[in-house]
Design a binder for this molecule. Structure first.
Ligand SMILES: *[C@@H]1O[C@H](CO)[C@@H](O)[C@H](O)[C@H]1NC(C)=O
Ligand SMILES: *[C@@H]1O[C@H](CO)[C@@H](O)[C@H](O)[C@H]1NC(C)=O
Ligand SMILES: *[C@@H]1O[C@H](CO)[C@@H](O)[C@H](O)[C@H]1NC(C)=O
Ligand SMILES: CC(=O)N[C@H]1CO[C@H](CO)[C@@H](O)[C@@H]1O
Length: 330
């Protein structure tokens, strides 16, 4: 078939249009924020499918007895239904001083994650004297060289509501960096020095931990891990800045649109891929132990930590986690 020049010109023009038309979205794609897709939408009884129970000795020497899944469910230490997942210690028994600690729960995710976004929607966290709750990520097979990333952690209601990295030697955060709302307490993430304090960033929102968090209906903790940075955001339940993607549990999220993170751990002097292996998510609640036990006396709590835990089961009625959901995006 032969084209007249008019037909040929219009053919060329339409090709050009096509190219121009396609060029616009692909250029545009370069500045479109990276979008993650929901991989796990965990809520209610779904936590039982996504996590294993670890009935182990507490490596931090707490006054707890981590129970298996059957015991936890039988005694209602874990409860999952609808959009509620509860995790709590025993609130009934008085303990023998020389017997095992108070029954509690430690969960580890079945899946592990490298680059990911995770959004924890939490209504209530453990509060009260002696409590040391934590939501964190770790390579349990190679600590500290595979990295540890504490998202939410505190003791005796006293914060420090900080997010912290713990690594092997050679991971240092820039001093006085901008681009985050929190305050850095220490630069060197190396857990083999400084008594393993790591490189915490302390949150400035009082409602990010403990009784203030609970009084406010909880909120959202969100994390993003890429080779370029590890970031944490916190929004209280009534925070006007909580992104709709987070509040609504959208199927796709773009953390770049969420505003300034609360904690930012950039790669500048820390090769994230090298210091952080695939991580499991851990939710644990210990009582007393290396941290909560040591700071107990200075927090206005009565008696000694171990004595208090042994003899006051009812005082742990507020020592529970209530998760509305955990969503992981890849
Ligand atoms: C509980 O969580 C903290 C995370 O900061 C960790 O250091 C500690 O070893 C954990 N305890 C147990 C028994 O998992
Ligand atoms: C178990 O705990 C849940 C959540 O707190 C509560 O609604 C339920 O009534 C408890 N079940 C029993 C048998 O106590
Ligand atoms: C992570 O999960 C994958 C897939 O289940 C598994 O093959 C791998 O061994 C896990 N890695 C670690 C460090 O546990
Ligand atoms: C429970 C707790 O320690 N909350 C603290 C979180 O951080 C802010 C800012 O440093 C403190 O004001 C809160 O008391």
């Amino acid at each position: 078939m032969r084209f007249s020049s008019a037909v040929f010109t219009s053919f060329v023009l339409s090709l050009l249009t096509l190219f121009t038309f396609q060029a616009i979205p692909s250029t545009h794609a370069l500045c479109t924020p990276k979008t993650y897709k929901m991989a796990d939408d965990i809520k209610g009884a779904g936590f039982f499918d996504a996590f294993d129970f670890e009935a182990i000795d507490d490596p931090t020497h707490g006054r707890v007895n981590y129970v298996d899944g059957e015991t936890a469910k039988r005694n209602n230490l874990t409860f999952g239904s609808g959009e509620t997942f509860i995790l709590r210690p025993d609130t009934v028994s008085i303990l023998k001083p020389d017997g095992p600690g108070r029954d509690s729960v430690r969960l580890i995710s079945k899946k592990n994650y490298t680059n990911h976004v995770a959004v924890f929607d939490i209504r209530h966290m453990p509060q009260g004297c002696g409590t040391w709750p934590a939501v964190w990520e770790v390579d349990p097979t190679n600590w500290p060289f595979g990295g540890e990333f504490d998202i939410l952690e505190g003791a005796n209601d006293d914060g420090p509501n900080a997010s912290t990295l713990h690594t092997g030697p050679g991971c240092v955060m820039p001093a006085g960096r901008s681009g985050m709302l929190g305050k850095q307490l220490d630069e060197n993430c190396d857990s083999t020095i400084n008594n393993n304090i790591g490189c915490p960033v302390k949150f400035q929102q009082p409602e990010s931990y403990g009784p203030a968090f609970n009084g406010n209906g909880g909120g959202w903790y969100a994390v993003e891990r890429t080779p370029a940075a590890i970031k944490v955001w916190f929004w209280g339940r009534n925070d006007n800045n909580v992104p709709a993607q987070v509040r609504n549990g959208d199927a796709n999220v773009a953390p770049e649109t969420w505003g300034t993170p609360t904690a930012l751990f950039p790669e500048n002097n820390c090769n994230i891929d090298q210091h952080f292996a695939a991580h499991n998510i851990i939710i644990n609640l210990t009582l007393c132990g290396d941290w909560a036990g040591q700071t107990y006396g200075s927090t206005g709590c009565p008696s000694t930590c171990v004595d208090f835990v042994n003899n006051n089961p009812k005082s742990f009625e507020q020592a529970y986690f209530d998760f509305a959901s955990l969503r992981v995006y890849l």
